[in-house]
Design a protein around this ligand. Structure first.
Ligand SMILES: [Zn+2]
Length: 442
């Protein structure tokens, strides 16, 4: 198959009248359309306004999709203990599957082809199956919580680690290696030292398994960790083995100089979630400082109850604007830089090699965007358009591993109308789990 249009192969390579040749799950060639057409004259061709690498959501909670709009205007720990943990504790296996599918549907519709997904404690296998079935690429993990955790979510440490190991064996490398495993402690507040060290052991035992957790998102969180351990959060995570080239830390808003040195020295990946950080009033992550230090920074939406969309284009825009206003510097976080965060940096964080750019031999994860909209007219600079003007709704075509998941804006791998109807039918029952969550709130 040949995909033609303005090809944004990476942040520095724009081919105005270009083509991408897809063979199986890989990209066979990228180049000028006239040359590609001459060489591959027998191939079917499809045309789009802009073609780009599928975007990478570096931190997500698909299973929170049913809670959009239930927890506006609250800060992290209130948000978590009054709304989110009670919701996660209350969801049945079927409801967890609906939530995960709804999340993946929204991602595919708006151009995210790879996600780093923080599931919940219970029923994680339903999300793995949903991701496999829908066709998205992902680094997924069941959540670990063994202290300061409410009934319904709290687990014995050994049980939590044993269930993680079972899921690794079942799903790591599954669905043609589109699905991989990340051991996923919720955050240091909810996890014992034994649990965190156990997470590291599992990641070391299984080749390619990574670690994904939240870190230093909020000031109350880091104060709680410091009161418990006597250490700054990143130093504590480093002490128990949760830093390194296989570790993705979401947020890292509140880090001091010495913690940033640890992140840089260990090659730890950071996922910046600008909308979530703004909405929960968490703070502004020092993204430009991280990038200056050579830290790999990806971009993420976080969950629907703290964003409240999974639109990756919104996140690129917010990611740029927030750094500009923080630094009072209009050249901070230009389009090229946030585009890299949403593509190649995210791919590096997720650990999928040959992903995040359109290059010969790389994975065929491609999206097509229409510019036939008023805000796309006239189109002076395609990359600027994608970062500052485009919406997820402008995505009309999504391909993962050479498989078409959405065409003409219709997702082909799930019945979207039926899924939305099922999601509308779920009644959340937070009240019965609120008291248990309040008891363990820091
Ligand atoms: Zn999160």
């Amino acid at each position: 198959m040949i995909l033609s249009g303005t090809v944004i192969a990476d942040s520095e390579t724009v081919i105005d009248d270009g083509s991408v040749v897809v063979e199986g799950s890989r990209i066979e060639a990228v180049g000028r359309r006239s040359e590609i057409r001459a060489q591959y004259s027998d191939r079917e061709e499809r045309s789009y306004d802009i073609l780009l690498p599928g975007l990478v959501g570096g931190h997500l909670h698909s299973v929170q999709s049913l809670g959009r709009g239930i927890a506006d205007d609250s800060e992290l720990l209130d948000w978590l203990f009054e709304f989110i943990l009670p919701m996660e504790a209350s969801l049945s296996a079927d409801e967890m599957e609906i939530a995960a599918k709804l999340g993946y549907l929204e991602l595919i519709e708006s151009g995210t082809t790879t996600c780093i997904d923080h599931l919940s404690v219970n029923h994680a296998e339903r999300a793995f199956e949903a991701a496999g079935e829908i066709g998205i690429r992902g680094l997924l993990g069941k959540v670990l919580m063994d202290r300061r955790s409410p009934d319904g979510l709290a687990e014995e440490t050994d049980d939590a680690l044993a269930e993680t190991e079972r899921l690794i064996r079942e799903y790591h490398g599954s669905f043609d290696d589109r699905i991989r495993y990340a051991v996923t402690p919720r955050f240091a507040v909810s996890c014992s030292e034994e649990c965190l060290r156990g997470a590291r052991e599992l990641a070391d035992t299984y080749d390619g398994v990574r670690i994904h957790t939240h870190a230093s998102e909020n000031r109350s969180e880091i104060e709680t960790v410091e009161a418990n351990t006597g250490m700054r959060n990143i130093h504590w995570l480093d002490e128990v083995g949760l830093t390194g080239e296989d570790v993705v830390l979401a947020h890292c808003v509140w880090t001091d100089e010495s913690e940033r040195e640890v992140l840089a020295e260990t090659g730890t990946h950071v996922t910046h979630c600008p909308s979530s950080n703004m909405k929960l009033a968490s703070g502004i992550a020092p993204v430009m400082d991280y990038l200056d230090r050579g830290i790999n920074v990806a971009l993420g939406n976080d969950g629907p109850p703290c964003n409240n969309t999974l639109d990756p284009f919104t996140e690129m825009r917010q990611g740029s604007l927030l750094q500009k206003v923080d630094r009072l510097d209009p050249v901070a976080a230009p389009a090229e830089e946030v585009f890299e965060m949403a593509t190649i940096n995210g791919a590096n964080a997720a650990g999928f090699e040959k992903l995040g750019a359109l290059r010969e031999g790389w994975r065929a994860d491609v999206i097509g965007v229409t510019t036939d909209v008023t805000r796309g007219t006239p189109l002076h600079d395609p990359l600027s358009h994608l970062v500052f003007a485009a919406h997820g709704d402008d995505v009309v075509f999504t391909m993962v591993d050479g498989e078409i998941l959405m065409e003409d804006s219709e997702v082909t791998t799930v019945d979207a109308d039926a899924l939305r109807e099922r999601a509308n039918g779920v009644g959340l029952s937070l009240e019965e789990h609120r008291d248990a969550a309040a008891e363990v709130r820091p």
